[in-house]
Write a protein that binds this ligand. Structure first.
Ligand code: ADP
Ligand code: ASP
Ligand code: MG
Length: 439
C-alpha cells in the first residue's frame, strides 16, 4: 500500500486535478490518496471564521458567496456530463448550506472548526466525481471515521490503524482509496484539524498506521530545497534527506512539510518522497533512515518566536533551578525550542503563545524576566554537521552584519540554530545561501 498526498495547488485548478487523477491511476498498486482543500479555500474559511468571531456576518457572507462561485466554476470546468455536474452541484450546495447555517448560531471554536473542515470534504468528493466520470473505481474513506486526536492534540495511531484496517478489508477488491487530509475528531468528539498544512501529517500518520511502502507528498515544487525559495533566489532541490534532517527542517519552518509530518514516518521507518505534481518526472526528495555524512544540506527559518530571559544572580546555579523554570512551561504545555545559559541568566525561546503573560508572571518569582517578541530561529541542517571543522566560522562570517540573539550548537549532530530578529530574516537567509552554498 502506498500513500499519496496532494496539496492545495495540486488540486487547485481543474486541469491539475485531472493531472492528479492521471498520477493515481498510472499503476495498479493499492493506494490511499490524501487530498488537501483546493488552494486558497482554507484561507477563506479561516478568514470567514475570524469575521464571524468579530460579529461581521455580512463580510463573512461575502467571502463565502465568492468561494461558492469559485466552486461552481471549478466543477463546471472539471466535469463534462450533466449527470456528474448535477451531482457536484448537490455536493457543493450541501456543504455551503451547512456553512451558511452556522452563521446564524452563536459562533464558537466548535463551529469555526466545522467550517474549516469543509474544504477537504469538498475537494475529495469533487475528485471522486471526476474519477467516476473517467470510469475509475474508487472508495471515499471519511477521515472523520478514523483520524482522531486526544486531549493533548496527539494523534491516536492505534485507533487509526484499527479503523482503517477494518475499512480497507471491506473493500478488498478496490485499489484507489480517497480521503481528506487535515481534518480529524478530537477528544470532545467534535470536528477538529491537525493545524495548517496538516494534510502532510495525515498522510504520514496513515503511512505509519498501515506500514505503507512509501508516503509520497505531491506539491508544487520539485522537492525540499536547500533554502526557502520564497525568500532566496538561487535555491536547488535536495535528492536525499534523512528523517532527522527532514524533521528538523519541517519543524523549523520549511513550509513544504507540516512541522510534525516526518515523525510518524520516522518512527515506523516509512520512506517519504516529495514530488512535484507539475513535473512528475523530476526526482524530488527521498527521505529515509539513511544518515549519510554530509555538509550543510539546507537552511530553514521559523518565525513567531519569543525569547524569554530570566536573570537571577542568587539562584541560577542552585540545584533544581532549571527544573523549576521548565515546570512553568510544562504547566502550560508549551515546548521550548532553544535554550542557552550563563552564570547569571537563562534565555529560552517558545512559539507565540496566548499564555505569555501567565508564563511571565510565574517566572517573575525566579528573577528579572525580559521578553523579546518578533524573533526568528534560523536553522542550519545536515547530518553530522557539527563535526565539520570551520563550519561555525562560515556561519558567523556569513552573518557578520546581522545581530544574533542566541546560538544553539551541539544539541544534536545535525543542527545549528541561531536566533535573530525577524526583520533580519531575509538578509540572514540570503547571506547564508551565499556563505554556505556559494550561491
Ligand atoms: P501544498 O499546498 O502542496 O501543501 P505548501 O505550500 O504547503 O504546498 O508547500 C510547498 C511550498 O513550500 C513551496 O511552494 C515553497 O514555496 C515552500 N517552501 C518553503 N521552504 C521550502 C523548502 N526548503 N523547499 C521547498 N519548498 C519550500
Ligand atoms: N487545507 C489545509 C491548509 O490549507 C491543510 C493542508 O493544505 O495541508 O492548511
Ligand atoms: Mg502544505
Amino acid at each position: 500500500m502506498k500513500v499519496l498526498k496532494f496539496g492545495g495547488t495540486s488540486v487547485g485548478k481543474p486541469e491539475r486535478m485531472r493531472q492528479v487523477a492521471d498520477i493515481v491511476t498510472s499503476d495498479a498498486e493499492p493506494k490511499i490518496v490524501v487530498l488537501s482543500a483546493l488552494s486558497g479555500t482554507t484561507n477563506v474559511l479561516e478568514k470567514s471564521g475570524k469575521l464571524l468571531f468579530e460579529g461581521k456576518i455580512s463580510e463573512a457572507t461575502k467571502e463565502i458567496d465568492e468561494l461558492y462561485s469559485h466552486y461552481v466554476q471549478f466543477y463546471n470546468e472539471l466535469l463534462f456530463t450533466d449527470l456528474q455536474k448535477k451531482k457536484a452541484a448537490g455536493v457543493i450546495d450541501q456543504h455551503f448550506h451547512l456553512i451558511r447555517r452556522l452563521f446564524d448560531k452563536a459562533f464558537t471554536e466548535v463551529e469555526n472548526k466545522i467550517i474549516l473542515a469543509q474544504g477537504e470534504l469538498l475537494s475529495t468528493q469533487l475528485f471522486q466525481l471526476h474519477l467516476e466520470e473517467i470510469e475509475k473505481n474508487s472508495v471515499l474513506l471519511p477521515a472523520l471515521d478514523f483520524m482522531r486526536i486526544d486531549a493533548d492534540n496527539e494523534p491516536d495511531i492505534e485507533f487509526l490503524s484499527q479503523q482503517l484496517g477494518h475499512m480497507l478489508k471491506r473493500y478488498s477488491d478496490n485499489s484507489i482509496f480517497i480521503t481528506q487530509g487535515y481534518i480529524c475528531m478530537n477528544a470532545s468528539h467534535q470536528i477538529d484539524n491537525l493545524k495548517r498544512g496538516g494534510s502532510d501529517y495525515t498522510a504520514s500518520l496513515i503511512g505509519a498506521a498501515l506500514k505503507a511502502s512509501i508516503v509520497q507528498i505531491w506539491t508544487d515544487i520539485d522537492g525540499m530545497h536547500n533554502n526557502d525559495p520564497r525568500i532566496v533566489e538561487k535555491t536547488f532541490p535536495i535528492a536525499e534527506l534523512s528523517f532527522n534532517e527532514a524533521s528538523e527542517l519541517a519543524y523549523f519552518g520549511a513550509k513544504i512539510l507540516h512541522p510534525s509530518s516526518i515523525l510518524p514516518a520516522k518512527f515506523y521507518n516509512i520512506p517519504v518522497q516529495l514530488k512535484n505534481t507539475m513535473e512528475p518526472d523530476a526526482i524530488g526528495t527521498l527521505i529515509t533512515a539513511n544518515e549519510k555524512v554530509s555538509s550543510v544540506k539546507a537552511i530553514a527559518a521559523k518565525d513567531g518566536i519569543i525569547a524569554i530571559k530570566i536573570k537571577s544572580t542568587r539562584m541560577l546555579l542552585a540545584y533544581g533551578f532549571l527544573r523549576r523554570i521548565f515546570e512553568v512551561f510544562e504547566n502550560y504545555k508549551i515546548p521550548i525550542d532553544m535554550i542557552t545559559t550563563s552564570e547569571v541568566a537563562v534565555s529560552l525561546t517558545i512559539e507565540n503563545s496566548k499564555h505569555l503573560s501567565d508564563i511571565v508572571e510565574d517566572l517573575n518569582i525566579f528573577g528579572e524576566v525580559t521578553v523579546d517578541q518578533d524573533q526568528t530561529i534560523v536553522c542550519i541542517v545536515g547530518n553530522q554537521i557539527i563535526d565539520q571543522q570551520g563550519l561555525v566560522k562560515k556561519v558567523f562570517d556569513s552573518l557578520e552584519n546581522i545581530p544574533v540573539r542566541m546560538i544553539s550548537y551541539g544539541g544534536s549532530r545535525y543542527n545549528i540554530s541561531v536566533l535573530i530578529e525577524t526583520r533580519y530574516k531575509h538578509a540572514a537567509l540570503q547571506a547564508l545561501n551565499k556563505g554556505l552554498f556559494n550561491l
